[in-house]
Design a protein around this ligand. Structure first.
Ligand code: SF4
Length: 261
């Protein structure tokens, strides 16, 4: 499933992007999807490079616009399994509007965000998911913005399958992606990943191993989280299947109208 004729990847040592990308491939393989029916669309950023490494129909698009290209592809060919790879800056800053409207439409696209809490490729600027108080090159004294909870954002906007996992637990990433692909509607999977080069270094998070250990020690499954009071969940990463719903899918609704003429 990986292109053998492409150049070696250029992700930094300790970057979690490879773990997420491998998990996507494993989910596709487990579901036995026809490779010719899979279309992977990405925006711009470190994570969005993944489309260039994968041997499916792929489209590496413009910054923040992966979901608009993906929407066009899905509308033109609803039989394709359209998967979007994006980063936190790509999908929730410049592409934030597209994310909420794809959720609202419940179009049958599976979106996987590699959330490293910072802009990596462009040099460590803080993103909409940089935790309040954490540093980036554009927030040298700490961000004063309240960070987005991307899962709450997409569930609130209308996505019908929402889940979160960290790169410490790739098995959970695979399971969420499989279920997201199976969901007939907009699926959003947040993968919390490591960027030792910028987020880690700017915020003194230690080595990639230390960052992995942090993800392990600070994740809590949604089922366990339900039994805890809110103050015990502060700074915890709640993982698992967070939200599911069933409602009409966008291309189905559109096809019904077109067929009625
Ligand atoms: Fe990964 Fe960060 Fe390096 Fe980008 S800058 S490849 S996200 S470690």
């Amino acid at each position: 499933y990986f292109r053998t004729n492409s150049l070696p990847h250029i992700w930094c040592p300790g970057c979690g992007n490879g773990i997420v990308t491998r998990s996507i491939v494993e989910a596709i393989d487990n579901l036995n999807l026809d490779r010719d029916k899979v279309c992977i669309v990405s925006g711009i950023g470190c994570s969005s490079r993944a489309s260039g490494y994968l041997d499916f129909n792929t489209l590496h698009t413009t910054h923040g616009r992966a979901l608009t290209f993906a929407t066009g592809i899905k509308m033109a060919n609803p039989d394709l399994e359209v998967i979007v790879i994006t980063g936190d800056g790509d999908c929730s800053a410049i592409g934030g509007n597209h994310l909420i409207h794809a959720s609202r439409r419940n179009i049958d696209i599976t979106t996987i965000v590699y959330n490293n809490n910072i802009y990596g490729m462009t040099g460590g600027q803080y993103s909409p998911t940089t935790p309040k108080g954490d540093k980036g090159t554009t927030a040298p004294y700490g961000s004063i913005d309240t960070d987005f909870d991307l899962c709450n954002l997409t569930a609130g906007a209308g996505a019908t399958y929402v889940g979160r996992a960290t790169v410490f637990n790739p098995k959970l990433i695979v399971k969420l992606i499989e279920n997201g692909i199976k969901n007939k509607g907009f699926s959003f999977i947040e993968t919390v990943t490591t960027c030792p080069t910028y987020y880690g270094r700017k915020n003194k998070k230690g080595s990639a191993v230390d960052m992995m250990r942090y993800l392990k020690d600070n994740s809590i499954n949604i089922e366990a989280a339900k039994n805890l009071e809110a103050d015990k969940l502060k700074d915890k990463i709640i993982v698992g299947e967070l939200y599911k719903n069933i409602r009409p899918e966008y291309t189905d609704e559109y096809t019904k109208i077109v067929d009625s003429f």
